[in-house]
Write a protein that binds this ligand. Sequence first.
Ligand code: PMV
Length: 332
Amino acid sequence: MSQSEATAVACANIAFVKYWGNLDADRRLPLNDSLSMNLSAATTTTHVRFDPRLAADRVALDGETRYGPTRARVVAHLDRVRRRAGIGTRAEVTSANSFPMGTGIASSASGFAALTLAAVGAVGLERSEEELSVLARLGSGSAARSVPGGFVEWRAADTDAGSFARSLAPPEHWDLRDVVAVVSRDHKAVGSADGHTAARTSPYLGARLAELPPRLGAVRRALLARDLASLGPAAEAEALSLHAVAMTSRPPVLYWQPGTLALLHVVRRWRSQGLGVYFTLDAGPNVHLLCEGHDAAAVEAELAHLDYVEFSLHNRPGGAARLVTAAQDVPA
Ligand code: PMV
């Protein structure tokens, strides 16, 4: 194989109904369907170059060469692409995030979606969006949802090929915003892979799974109807349900920091004062504030008064993962 390369950009995403727990951890087959929105301001740009002169894969993320488990996870993903392409050529991977690294904004979804498109593009494989979503899922479950654009649904299935994400509606469907309030830059103590495993030890997992089918229906309808008054309470209940399972896992997983809890109360207070804002959370302490475009400036202005919020990141619905030409957005 001669040298070949490609660059891809993908958005991170925030789930309104979340993935927490696996049917099959090796293949990252989730226990339940999930629904999300891509985040326009939280992107990863990844360049992959396969080069027959390389003796080993090289991985640089945000300007630093990586070794250990981070590199191993990228190499394992390159191996999946190499197996599908029938090649053994090593690659150089250079990746950069649009948001400050190490700030608790999950980058594995955008990272593995961008890596999937760039690696598949570099080896010249033709793959459908569904197949790309399946492949991204094997790198990081939620990366399956960063392949299609806008508002996205990821179906649970018991086969590898059956569990992929699809767009429910394009980004322009609804001017929904996610203002991420960063209250802690600390690297989370328990990564999501361990969190998914721990979920099985919570006595509340069964109760959570039982409440998901009606919640999925309600969230899907609210997204399609652009109905924040229905989406918001469901998204809040869902975030608390995930954290209830995490907190009751054995041993317990506690992602919240003081600023997390303070923000949950503050969001309720702002809402009682007439602001259309709701919270959701990922597996970390930072709070995602959901509002419509016409309330976003007011939400940001309120956040600016809170000294426990280090900074915020304002997202609109983001597009699908895509290949870009070398001149565009190539990471340094
Ligand atoms: O894709 P992972 O293994 O990083 O898991 C993501 C888990 C949550 O962010 C908490 C929920 C979700 O569906 O995105």
